[in-house]
Design a protein around this ligand. Structure first.
Ligand SMILES: Nc1ncnc2c1ncn2[C@@H]1O[C@H](COP(=O)(O)OP(=O)(O)O)[C@@H](O)[C@H]1O
Ligand SMILES: [Mg+2]
Length: 222
């Protein structure tokens, strides 16, 4: 089993009691799935995305990744798994404004202590793949919104993760650019067999899912 959640419960303190942001959620994701996570605002989508690889800790429940439990392991071990196997496209992990395109894309490789020369080689290859070869030395503010999102995608795949976690990756883009980014994610998913888990509000984006999770008040509904 690639990624499995069993009875995931995440409670936040609220008004002297608790809110169940995730209320006994269970699911199975296979390698190569394109998972879309939909649901109203406040239904637990971001909490789910952030909790699977330990950016948020669960209140209870089990998460199994590549056959091993990861909900009960150390922060250090989780950090290692994230650095090696997970790519994030999150609104709060935006591009670093004073780093160029290629420097932004090299960050995950630097974190893995890959030699500088190899970092440049791999970042250059991936920027070619996302069609930004001619924007390597640009700063984020010198790029269009769609180009910036492609840099973020390049950064999320440069270390060849097994899974990409994306929270509303098209949320700030117009419909044409959204389609471009969605097609791109599909291409990455198909060509590289990278599993994708994408939170989205948009029905058009949700159509890209080969496996669909719909949340309401912290529960999976059909
Ligand atoms: N850090 C937090 N502290 C307290 N409550 C939170 C926190 N983060 C999220 N919540 C609550 O948990 C629920 C789910 O939030 P979230 O996962 O962000 O939903 P979504 O991404 O679907 O909009 C909401 O009721 C939200 O208010
Ligand atoms: Mg959210």
């Amino acid at each position: 089993m690639f990624l499995q959640g069993e009875n995931i419960l995440k409670q936040y303190p609220h008004n002297g009691g608790f809110i169940n942001a995730l209320d006994k959620v269970s699911f199975n994701v296979d390698q190569g799935d394109f998972v879309t996570v939909t649901g109203p605002s406040g239904s637990g989508k971001s909490t789910l995305l952030l909790s699977l690889f330990g950016l948020i800790r669960l209140s209870s429940g089990t998460i199994i990744f590549n056959g091993k439990r990861i909900d009960n392991i150390s922060d250090r071990h989780l950090t290692d798994i994230r650095k090696k196997s997970v790519g994030y496209i999150l609104q709060s992990f935006a591009l670093i404004p004073y780093l160029t395109t290629i420097q932004n894309v090299m960050i995950p490789l630097a974190l893995e202590r890959i030699p500088q020369k190899e970092q440049v080689k791999r970042a250059t290859e991936i920027l070619d793949y996302v069609g930004l070869s001619d924007r390597i030395e640009h700063l984020p503010r010198e790029l269009s919104a769609g180009q910036q999102q492609r840099v973020a995608i390049a950064r999320s795949i440069v270390h060849r993760p097994q899974i990409i976690m994306a929270d509303e990756p098209t949320g700030n883009l117009d419909p044409t650019l959204s389609l471009e980014i969605l097609e791109f994610l599909k291409k990455i998913n198909r060509e590289n067999k990278i599993t994708i888990m994408m939170v989205t509000h948009s029905p058009v984006a949700a159509d890209y899912g080969t496996m669909k999770l719909h949340l309401n008040e912290g529960k999976i509904v059909n």
